[in-house]
Design a protein around this ligand. Structure first.
Ligand code: ADP
Length: 476
């Protein structure tokens, strides 16, 4: 008994393995295809579509065949039952009538008593397959029967009746239908594969074009952009975003190029001056005290100038690289302004410096940087204001903010000049020709410092009347 059970379970296992084999094979082949070979997105998409289509078709095909088969067999067994029911459907089954109908319709009938003991059989050989409680399938050498126990369905029978319907012909029909379904689905699948394979072509062309354009972009043609006219939806969005990014990169690249060229240009002049004096000293100045002194003064002056320029360049470079940090602390802004005014007066006595600061104003900021910014504005006011002109420094103290103004009575600026004064290396034509003009970096640096403190700079100016730079800063 135990052995029989074990045999049954091992047989079941074997069958499950055999049934699962095609699915495992398919999965293995699929994994091999996707893993070992690197396919394009189009190919992968097509493969997924084909897989879905194949799955749908197999399900539909099996469904059609099963439903058709079940309906045919149900129909056949019903027909046999209806034909035989006349002989069966009364209190006393007429075995002669049963035999007559059974032979006429080639439908064996086996009748059992209520103890399931065979009492009548049109084909006694079938009894060896046992009593069928509801439905059973019996395969003999020549026939393929579906045995239906009609007793449960029609409890009016005095005995238990099992009707055997031969479905050999129906099986043949089902096989033919299966072949037709297979053929039709095969043809549909073939054409679907072809159309799926070709459908992706146009879809991926914009991606190919984009890839080509991106490949063509180099530092020499940073102005190349993706074509957004044809692409749609997500691709258009991607192309627009990429183009915007390229605009920023190109702009940044051009500004850097301009910066490097301006910086080298600015450095060339002092180096040329130093070189000129060194040559002069070499030729004639060794024994000429006057030339010696002049050269030393000029070289000192130019190297100071160069140092200043390099400091400014380093400041800007650090800011651009984002490695710049403000060292904030609490200090008195009013005190700092008085200190700057004093220092300025010592250096420059040709201008009247007025300071309109009456109360103590503490502020939380980077003292050295704020001083640097204010110095830049005061130095400019001095540079661009003729002798005897006035420079007025005033401080307005609000609850949370301050407004620091540096006003001069100098040459002033045109509207066009005002638009550019914060650009790196910008100098108005007038200041370019002027002696002692800077490098055009002062205001760019002042702006970085003030914006870095979340502040603002506002400029008012009129040609010939003077200018006013107002710095707005939060106190903390
Ligand atoms: P620079 O070192 O040349 O002064 P800045 O960046 O400080 O460079 O200033 C840029 C330009 O702005 C100057 O060349 C000058 O033309 C103009 N400018 C700045 N401040 C004043 C001012 N107070 N009055 C008139 N023009 C000014």
């Amino acid at each position: 008994m135990k052995n029989k059970n074990r045999n049954n379970t091992s047989q079941k296992k074997r069958w499950t393995k055999i049934i699962a084999l095609p699915a495992q094979m398919m999965r293995f082949i699929w994994e091999l295809i996707t893993e070992k070979l690197e396919f394009s997105i189009r190919f992968r998409l097509s493969l997924s579509y084909i897989r879905i289509l194949l799955g749908a078709m197999i399900t539909a095909g099996i469904g059609v065949i099963v439903i058709f088969g079940a309906l045919t067999i149900y129909d056949r067994t019903s027909q046999d039952y209806i034909a035989l029911s006349q002989a069966l459907n009364n209190d006393n089954i007429e075995f002669s009538d049963v035999r007559k109908y059974s032979e006429e319709y080639k439908t064996p009938v086996l009748i059992y008593d209520y103890d399931e003991k065979l009492i009548f059989a049109t084909e006694p050989d079938l009894a060896v397959y046992g009593y069928k409680r509801s439905i059973g399938i019996i395969r003999t050498d020549e026939n393929f029967y579906v045995a239906v126990n009609r007793t449960q369905l029609d409890s009016g029978f005095p005995n238990k009746v099992v009707i055997y319907t031969d479905i050999k012909d129906d099986i043949q029909k089902i096989i033919i239908i299966s072949k037709v379904v297979l053929l039709v689905f095969g043809v549909v699948l073939f054409f679907s594969i072809i159309s799926i394979a070709f459908s992706g072509r146009g879809l991926f062309q914009p991606i190919k074009d984009m890839t080509q354009t991106v490949k063509d972009i180099s530092e020499r043609n940073l102005n190349l952009r993706l074509n957004v006219s044809g692409s749609k939806n997500e691709l258009k969005e991607l192309a627009l975003t990429f183009n915007e990014m390229m605009n920023r990169i190109e702009d940044y690249y051009n500004r850097q190029k301009q910066f490097v060229s301006d910086a080298s240009h600015e450095l060339r002049t002092p180096i040329a001056v130093v070189q000129g004096y060194a040559d002069m000293l070499d030729r004639w100045g060794k024994n000429d005290k006057e030339i010696l002194q002049e050269s030393i003064d000029a070289i000192k002056n130019e190297s100071e100038n160069m140092k200043e320029l390099i400091d400014k360049l380093l400041f800007l470079a650090r800011h651009d690289k984002d490695t710049f940090v403000f060292q904030k602390e609490e200090f008195s802004l009013s005190e700092m302004l008085l200190e700057i005014a004093k220092e300025t007066q010592i250096i420059d006595s040709s201008h009247k410096i007025k300071i309109d600061v009456h109360e103590e104003v503490p502020i939380y900021a980077d003292r050295n940087r704020i001083k640097q910014a204010v110095r830049i504005l005061i130095d400019n006011a001095i540079k661009y204001t003729p002798s005897n002109g006035e420079i007025i420094i005033s401080l307005e103290n609000e609850v949370n903010d301050i407004a620091l103004s540096i006003r001069d009575t100098g040459i002033g600026m045109t509207k066009e000049e005002l638009r550019h004064i914060f650009d790196r290396f910008y100098r108005s034509d007038q200041s370019r020709t002027k002696d002692g003009g800077g490098h055009g970096l002062g205001l760019a640096i002042a702006k970085i410092i003030i914006l870095g403190h979340n502040g603002m700079i506002r400029v008012k100016s009129k040609v010939g009347e003077g200018s006013e730079f107002i710095i707005f800063l939060r106190k903390n």
